[in-house]
Design a protein around this ligand. Structure first.
Ligand code: F6P
Length: 533
């Protein structure tokens, strides 16, 4: 794909033209809310509280066409090796292709294998759910942890299996604090690692195995593995019947739909897990069929691109008004930042614009009492992505849910509307201030407003809806990556730190010297050695 420079220039010119106008004034058009909203099934995405107008949308969709997004999308679903720095297909969509046609990779239909593994997972999940197992510990990190950990919390109302715990950090505190209160005789440990070489996961897995042996459990019966590396799982001593494999065409951060989702399946049961897959599949079908201006993943991507690459707002906040989605910002952080935090395009040239944004966030309303101050009055503009369900799971606490929704809607309104100096002065006058003090007090109470936000709203957070949300964001990241011209499916940027950690390990052990290290690193090593005696 050639340079998109002309498209970027046109968008920059458009931005310069409209950047000072009031978002609120856009609603003088009575159709604005409906025009800048898209829906799939019962899920609605409202991006009308942004500065995007019809011209901008046209220019943005032209960018998708110029970047060849539709062709790339079709190539991905068809199993072509679009991860071209690693020479692999990208087929997490095959894991939720419950009733679609064949998908051919290297001349072979992968769907029968996917379905056979899914059936093995269902059978095993049922065995565990009907056994004496009380606790499941998933040991994994990154994509082998964040997805199932997020989803188990999100779907707590559907959780009728054993308790689930997630250990990821190599900090011994994590595994120790988790295992301390568990009964080794009734605990199942799932070692989740695509490569089965990740140092954090393998260190935690060995510690958990030793703990189980020391406390009367039987690792030969109470360990399962989720991995692409059969030989390594066998070396670890996990029998093949408890190894759930997947292929290298499933990227780590896209893997919760298959074996990496086993802890979720054990928690909520195979039927609810199927509903989760169906939600993902429904979003796949929507992404493949809908026109760009009605296509939720494409629109989320375009809203993202407009704010990050055109307006230059480098940060994006994910703000679910749902306590059970508290881990969703972490999950989206890996999805977006590990996928699109890159400065080199597929062909080796530098990325023409800023790379993917910084993604962060927290559940509302908690965030309101922590960082929303900056969102409303800080000097930086942050694109805020709200999400909320019309209905909660606690009918007896409906008044809580109504308050939650009111807060969510109020925040996006406040970000857009702001409060002028005149309005602030009027308030302060009423409060009895006058003269210079009135001016000073008023200035502190001004909200610039005009801050963009989007809202994703759906009836209820059930397994199907969660599947839709996760697939929606996966495809959004994909579209953004295609437009940036990068490979969203590799992660070379994590390698250097891993290599240096390996070389530093003997230095920290005191078995190798810090010679050759920079002064700062050597000084820190010396501090550690001195204080550890
Ligand atoms: O941090 C890099 C990474 O490779 C992630 O992409 C991945 O999700 C994580 O490590 C865990 O990898 P694995 O599943 O192979 O243990």
């Amino acid at each position: 794909m050639g340079s998109l420079r002309n498209h970027w220039n046109a968008l920059s010119e458009k931005h310069a033209e409209v950047c000072d106008r009031s978002l609120l004034s856009l609603f003088d058009d009575p159709d604005r809310a409906a025009t800048f909203t898209a829906q799939t099934g019962d899920m609605l995405f409202d991006y009308s509280k942004t500065n995007i107008d019809q011209d901008t949308l046209t220019a943005l969709t032209a960018l998708l066409d110029a970047a060849g997004v539709a062709q790339k999308r079709d190539a991905m679903f068809a199993g072509q090796a679009i991860n071209d720095t690693e020479g692999r297909a990208v087929l997490h969509t095959a894991l939720r292709n419950l009733d679609g046609g064949p998908v051919i990779v290297d001349g072979q239909d992968v769907i029968p294998g996917v379905r056979a593994t899914l059936q093995r997972m269902r059978d095993y999940a049922n065995v565990v759910r009907n056994s004496a197992i009380t606790d499941v510990v998933n040991i994994g990190i990154g994509g082998s942890d964040l997805g199932p950990a997020m989803a188990v919390a999100a779907l707590a109302p559907y959780h009728d299996g054993p308790r689930c715990h997630f250990v990821s950090n190599v900090d011994g505190a994590h595994v120790a604090d988790t295992l301390r209160n568990l009964d080794a005789k009734t605990t199942l440990v799932i070692v989740a690692s695509k490569t089965f070489t990740t140092i954090e996961t393998m260190t935690n897995a060995r510690t958990a195995r030793a703990w189980m042996m020391d406390h009367g459990g039987d690792p030969s019966a109470q360990f399962a593995a989720l991995s692409t590396a059969d030989d390594l799982t066998a070396d670890f001593g996990i029998p093949a019947e408890r190894v759930f494999g997947f292929e290298d065409w499933v990227g780590g951060r896209y893997s919760m739909w298959g074996p990496i989702g086993l802890s979720l399946m054990i928690a909520i049961g195979p039927k609810a897990f199927d509903a989760f897959l169906r939600g993902g599949q429904a979003m796949d079908q929507h992404f493949q069929a809908a026109e760009w201006h009605e296509n939720l993943p494409a629109l989320l991507a375009l809203v993202g691109i407009w704010h990050a690459q055109v307006c230059g707002y480098s940060s994006r906040a994910v703000l679910p008004y749902d306590q059970r989605l508290a881990r969703l910002p972490d999950y989206f952080q890996q999805l977006e930042m590990e996928s699109n935090g890159k400065s080199v395009q597929m062909g080796g040239a530098s990325v023409e614009v800023d790379s993917g944004p910084i993604v962060w966030g927290a559940a509302g309303t908690n965030g309101q009492h922590a960082f929303y101050q900056l969102l409303h009055q800080g000097t930086r503009v942050v694109l805020c992505e709200f999400m909320v369900a019309a209905e909660g799971h606690e009918p007896e606490l409906e008044h809580h849910h109504k308050l939650l929704i009111a807060n969510c809607l109020a925040q996006s309104e406040a970000l857009m509307r702001g409060r002028s100096l005149d309005e602030a002065r009027a308030r302060m006058e009423k409060a009895g201030f006058e003269g210079n003090e009135l001016d000073r007090q008023a200035r502190h109470r001004v909200f610039a407003g005009n801050r963009p936000s989007t809202t994703l709203i759906y009836p209820k957070l059930d397994p199907f809806t969660l599947g839709q949300i996760v697939a929606l964001y996966e495809h959004r990241v994909f579209v953004e990556g295609v437009v940036l011209g990068i490979n969203s499916f590799d992660q070379w940027g994590v390698e250097l730190g891993k290599e240096l950690a390996t070389s530093l390990q003997p230095v920290i052990d005191g078995t190798a010297s810090a010679d050759g290290k920079d002064g700062s690193t050597a000084q820190l090593v010396e501090f550690v050695l001195r204080h550890r005696g």
